[in-house]
Design a protein around this ligand. Structure first.
Ligand code: AP5
Length: 215
């Protein structure tokens, strides 16, 4: 199964990708996580990416395409995967289609996770992440047992730089401008299914399974 999770920042792509990854035993490929690891490692890629990410802007297409080409079609290409955060521009989506065609494979489904902006703002501004194991919490809906400490590994929790309110607003504007056109792109090739993502994670997962079952 090769699927894309599409949707605005904070709608729950990462949360659902993790559940699906366990269920289908295929990797979650999150371009945001790959870039954040590069930033943490202080690599050249990380330094370049941080200039854009800290402002809520997209990292340039050529960087992202190089990265995804290597991950999906380099040595030991995975048979199935969940793309979380890629593609995000029409250039990326068209290039991905081209890569699929060149490698004689195809995408199975694109799931658009949908929720209103007020809810998204709440989810993002209350997200906390473990610095050590990267587990994701939410102060409103999924708080840790002990304030500021990861339940799983005891690491410290922090707020992502791009989860500050001004940056969230810009990420949403960037999403509307650069990523929303992908909805029509994938509709036009009959791959898009929309999932109501306003419920709790379990309900959203059930909505996803309905779409996958009907596929
Ligand atoms: P990325 O890390 O991909 O960020 P994003 O798309 O903005 O998505 P988020 O990680 O913010 O949210 P999510 O939808 O995964 O939600 P989550 O499950 O965490 O990208 C970051 C940056 O990297 C970009 O801005 C860009 O600069 C760069 N980048 C990455 N990919 C790129 C690309 N392809 N091209 C160019 N640049 C790229 O949930 C959010 C919160 O809500 C959590 O606290 C969670 O616990 C909670 N939650 C989740 N689901 C529910 C629910 N159902 N009910 C209640 N709470 C919930």
């Amino acid at each position: 199964m090769k699927m894309i999770l599409l949707g605005p920042p904070g709608v729950g792509k990462g949360t659902q990708a993790q559940i699906l990854s366990r269920e289908y035993r295929i990797p979650q490929i999150s371009t945001g996580d790959i870039l954040r690891s590069a930033i943490q490692a202080g690599s050249e890629l990380g330094k370049r990416a941080n200039q854009y990410m800290s402002k809520g802007e997209l990292v340039p297409d050529e960087i992202m395409l190089g990265l995804i080409r290597e991950r999906l079609f380099g040595d030991n290409p995975p048979e199935g995967y969940i793309l979380d955060g890629f593609p995000r521009t029409l250039v990326q989506a068209e290039a991905l289609n081209q890569l699929f065609a060149e490698n004689k494979t195809r995408l199975d489904i694109v799931l658009l996770l949908d929720a209103d902006e007020e809810l998204i703002l709440k989810r993002l501004s209350s997200r906390r992440v473990c610095r050590k194991c990267k587990a994701v919490y939410n102060l409103l809906t999924q708080p840790p047992a002990v304030d500021g400490i990861c339940d799983k590994c005891g690491g410290p929790l922090y707020q992502r730089d791009d989860d500050k309110i001004e940056t969230i607003q810009n990420r949403l504007a960037v999403y509307r401008r650069q990523t929303e056109p992908l909805i029509n792109f994938y509709k036009s090739i009959n791959l898009l299914k929309t999932v109501d993502s306003s419920g709790n994670p379990r309900e959203v997962h059930q909505n996803i399974m309905k779409q996958l079952g009907g596929n």
